[in-house]
Design a protein around this ligand. Structure first.
Ligand SMILES: Nc1ncnc2c1ncn2[C@@H]1O[C@H](COP(=O)(O)OP(=O)(O)OP(=O)(O)O)[C@@H](O)[C@H]1O
Ligand SMILES: [Mg+2]
Length: 427
């Protein structure tokens, strides 16, 4: 007797039922562990779900597809290794609308095909490929969220061997788990995107306030200087010209313009105004938090992020301010890579300890690089080459780093890209 049928036939016996329940329990905790271990990355979660589903439903191959605009895309394939590689080579990754898998998902209910060879009416290109790949029995369970199809799990066997009711109900549980995992990561991503948007909106709002107060403070001396200049012209028009009066008003003009440049100088100190809060910080952990925050932005832009974090001395610093520096540098790096070729978008973040007691942090990208004319102006307030940029990011970064007694600088990279580095002394 066939081994799987044998397993099904005896599963009604109490001992087997207990074993089966334990197996199910283990499968659920494996999936939960995968979710807990990788809240940002769905792949290990999908793999864990499919591993359990194929094993517990005694299938030879399990495939998970996710909905996208043009159909269903295979994102995870598990089971017999030979069949897995055969799947990737003989089936298109995208099952288009109207294809066999897509129509099964559209049912919104599990579809059980006891014998593929006996199937009528569904014999399209997909069916032929499945037949050629040796698939004989199959089970397709849609992933539904609010009755919307978000994906499809298919489990197949190479022999005509129908799935039992218990296996069908089990596969529904796995589909529900996959839907929950998708929802968790979607929310997490939304939350992070909102945080990013907030960080930028904050800066824009601060900029708005800053600009208003600068405009307000600068307007007065400019108006005064203008009135003095008009007076000077009148004193010159006298005959003879009243040189002493002209000298006096010119002095006033010099004073007033001096006031305007004081206001401009104050912009820098305004940014630095709040003294940094000093707390003992594990900089590597703080950096990883920011990397997580920017992950979805990186994924969206197709950027591969790598980190190389060395053991660091504990430093006293303002954690939130340093995270803001990292956020600005990382967002700049990601933005600089928007126009470079796909497989070449690399962001590398590294830390090292330096002598005497301190740390050095480097953010390196493979983006468009720094234009020679930009180099001397990068850290100037309001210097930007972006249509929607405020040009305040780097000047704020430098102000923060200098308030911590450190240094921030930029260099070009070969063959492409930019490297921003900063140091922070340990005390
Ligand atoms: N990693 C980088 N690669 C290439 N150019 C960069 C990079 N980082 C910054 N720059 C250049 O420096 C300019 C100033 O950067 P800064 O962060 O101060 O402002 P921004 O990014 O333009 O605006 P905002 O930060 O408000 O969005 C940028 O407009 C860009 O031209
Ligand atoms: Mg910026």
């Amino acid at each position: 007797m066939n081994e799987s049928i044998h397993a099904d036939a005896t599963a009604s016996e109490p001992q087997d039922r207990v074993t089966e329940l334990i197996e199910q329990q283990t499968a659920i905790s494996e999936v939960l562990r995968a979710i807990a271990n990788s809240p940002h990355d769905l792949q290990p979660i999908f793999d864990a779900i499919l591993d359990s589903a194929t094993r517990l439903c005694r299938a030879d191959l399990g495939v998970l597809r996710l909905s996208e605009e043009s159909g269903l895309r295979s994102v995870a394939v598990r089971g017999n290794p030979l069949l897995v590689s055969q799947f990737w080579s003989s089936f298109p990754a995208l099952a288009e609308k109207e294809s066999f898998p897509f129509r099964m998902a559209a049912n919104r209910l599990p579809t059980h095909i006891a014998d593929l060879t006996a199937l009528e009416g569904e014999r399209d290109d997909y069916w032929i490929r499945a037949m050629n790949a040796g698939v004989r029995s199959g089970l397709a369970v849609p992933l539904l969220k609010d009755n919307e199809i978000v994906g499809l799990i298919t489990l197949t066997r190479q022999k005509v061997q129908p799935f039992t009711d218990r296996q069908i109900s089990l596969s529904r549980d796995f589909a529900a788990q996959a839907t929950i995992a998708l929802e968790i990561t979607r929310r997490e991503r939304q939350y992070r995107e909102a945080q990013m948007a907030l960080a930028h909106a904050n800066r824009v709002a601060t900029m708005g306030q800053l600009t208003a107060s600068i405009a307000h403070e600068i307007k007065q001396p400019i108006t005064a200087a203008r009135a003095y200049a008009a007076a000077a012209l009148r004193f010159l028009d006298k005959s003879p010209p009243d040189v002493a009066e002209v000298r006096e008003v010119l002095t006033c003009i010099v004073n007033e313009t001096g006031r305007t440049s004081d206001v401009v100088d104050r912009i820098g100190s305004l940014i630095k105004k709040a003294p940094p809060r000093k707390e003992i910080v594990d900089l590597n952990v703080a950096i990883l938090e920011v990397t997580a925050l920017t992950r979805s932005e990186a994924v969206k832009t197709g950027v591969t992020v790598s980190t190389q974090l060395a053991e660091l001395p504990r430093i006293q610093c303002d954690r939130v301010q340093l995270q803001q520096v990292m956020l600005n540098l990382i967002v700049n790096a990601i933005q600089s890579m928007r126009d470079v070729e796909d497989d070449n978008r690399k962001l590398r973040i590294s830390t090292e300890s330096i002598e005497p007691e301190g740390v050095c942090v480097a953010v390196r990208d493979s983006g468009q690089g720094l234009r020679p004319e930009s180099l001397p102006r990068l850290f100037e307030p309001f210097y930007t080459t972006k249509p929607d940029g405020t040009g305040m990011g780097l000047s704020i970064c430098r102000a923060i780093i200098e308030a911590h007694g450190g240094r921030l600088w930029a260099t070009g990279c070969e063959p492409r890209g930019a490297l921003f580095q900063f140091t922070i002394p340990a005390n």
